[in-house]
Design a protein around this ligand. Structure first.
Ligand code: HEM
Length: 391
């Protein structure tokens, strides 16, 4: 049996990134919280058991990791570090409340017809591109839907959306395991500066020309200008690769499982998220000594939580590796849990429902036309390309 250290190294390898699930199973055989050899990794433990991961996510004694330097020289650290995603209390909640206040369930419900219409429009384009049995890449649609949805919600003009893809990817690559290499850091810094300027211009514009978009609702909030910019950057970043992955992971699973039924889209979304968590790594730091599943985690230690492993915990879900939208007790930790629970879960679910119901209604003959290629990221589990034929 391999040690947790050896399994963690294997997770970072090409094979581990492509298919971490057998490694998660190995961790489950060791225990819900696996201790790493001191000094071998920045982390003291890996948390893979479902209950332990849920407890850790909910436990406010585990803090988010922040940069030690309050004024880092790297732009990417300044921008990320200024957002709710990389803050602890009281700043985290102060910022989160502002965004929750504009992302209300009512506003979301009101936005649902827009999400449905955008989905229909983008599927119309997909239909044109894939006419006459032409092989097309589903990743293009899976990218365009969430970026168009969040862009429309925020008020970013359609013509600017293409510009966001590489910049957002540069920041995601930096956040991945091994992402701190100099060339990745330089790309992420440049992207952070460019995005900063974009949002600053947008906020300045909405102050003088308010519309009914989300950015206009935010300009009068209690947050400082730079706080708004940093949070907008993180909101857009958090919103679309995750959702894009839900769509590509879902299509692959659903086509593999047989003929998808468009009326079951809501169940599909949940089971896809459980089976292939879009986010695979969540880091925390113990602020005091904490006991988790019988292991003492000493103050200052780093903890690596694996939601994708927790979702496959055999102690939580019978036959956990099987994709089964009929499963009872379909719970997962793919949106996190507790104080940092995903602010956009409702929007992401709405997009997943719209995409899976309309896609299979409109293209019942849809098939894979080649082997899907997984993206390299371990943090964000999804695909680089997914050739399909519409029928
Ligand atoms: C399938 C799609 C999505 C997945 C799987 C996902 C997953 C997650 C997870 C796991 C967290 C918690 C991170 C932690 O505990 O440290 C999180 C937080 C967050 N998500 Fe999402 N997310 C998705 C879509 C979205 C969307 C559409 C938005 C924006 C509209 C969004 C905005 C955020 C924000 C702002 C946070 C930080 C919350 C906080 O710090 O309190 N996410 N997301």
């Amino acid at each position: 049996m391999r040690t947790a250290n050896e399994i963690l190294v294997a997770l970072g390898s090409e094979d581990g990134r492509r298919d971490p699930m057998p490694l998660f199973a190995e961790l489950h055989r060791i225990g819900p919280v696996c201790r790493l050899e001191p000094g071998s990794s920045p982390y003291a433990v890996v948390v893979n058991g479902y209950d332990a991961a849920q407890d850790a996510l909910k436990d406010t004694r585990f803090h988010r990791l922040l940069t030690a330097d309050p004024d880092p020289k790297d732009a990417v650290l300044r921008r990320l570090g200024g957002s709710m995603m990389f803050r602890n209390e009281p700043d985290h909640l102060r910022m989160r409340k502002v965004f929750q206040a504009v992302l209300t369930p009512r506003r979301l419900t009101g936005f649902e017809p827009v999400v449905e219409a955008l989905t229909a429009e983008l599927l119309e384009d997909l239909g044109k591109a894939g006419a006459d049995g032409q092989v097309i890449d589903f990743v293009d649609f899976a990218y365009r839907l969430p970026i168009t949805v969040i862009g429309t919600f925020l008020g970013i003009p359609r013509s600017d959306l293409g510009w966001f893809r590489d910049r957002t990817k540069a920041i995601d690559d930096y956040l991945d395991l091994g992402g701190k290499a100099p060339e990745r850091l330089a790309a992420a810094n440049q992207a952070a500066d460019e995005l900063n300027d974009y949002y600053a211009r947008m906020l300045a514009d909405r102050r003088v020309r308010p519309t009914d978009d989300l950015v206009s609702s935010l300009v009068d909030s209690e947050l400082a200008e730079q706080e708004l910019i940093d949070n907008l950057l993180v909101l857009v970043n958090a919103s679309f690769v995750t959702t894009m992955n839900l769509l590509t992971n879902g299509l692959e699973l659903l086509l593999d499982a047989g003929t998808p039924d468009p009326s079951r889209a809501a169940d599909y979304v949940e089971e896809v998220l459980r089976h292939q968590s879009s986010v695979q790594l969540i880091s925390r730091k113990a602020s005091v000594d904490v006991e988790l599943a019988g292991e003492t985690i000493t103050a200052g230690s780093l903890v690596l939580i694996l939601p994708g492993a927790a979702n496959r915990d055999p102690a939580k879900h019978p036959d956990a590796d099987t994709f089964d939208p009929d499963r009872q007790d379909l719970q997962h930790l793919s949106f996190g849990a507790g104080p940092f629970y995903c602010v956009g879960a409702g929007l992401a679910r709405m997009e997943g429902r719209a995409a899976f119901s309309q896609l299979f209604q409109r293209f019942p003959q849809l098939k894979l036309a080649g082997e899907p290629v997984r993206s390299h990221s371990l943090l964000l589990r999804g695909h680089q390309s997914m050739p399909i034929r519409l029928g």
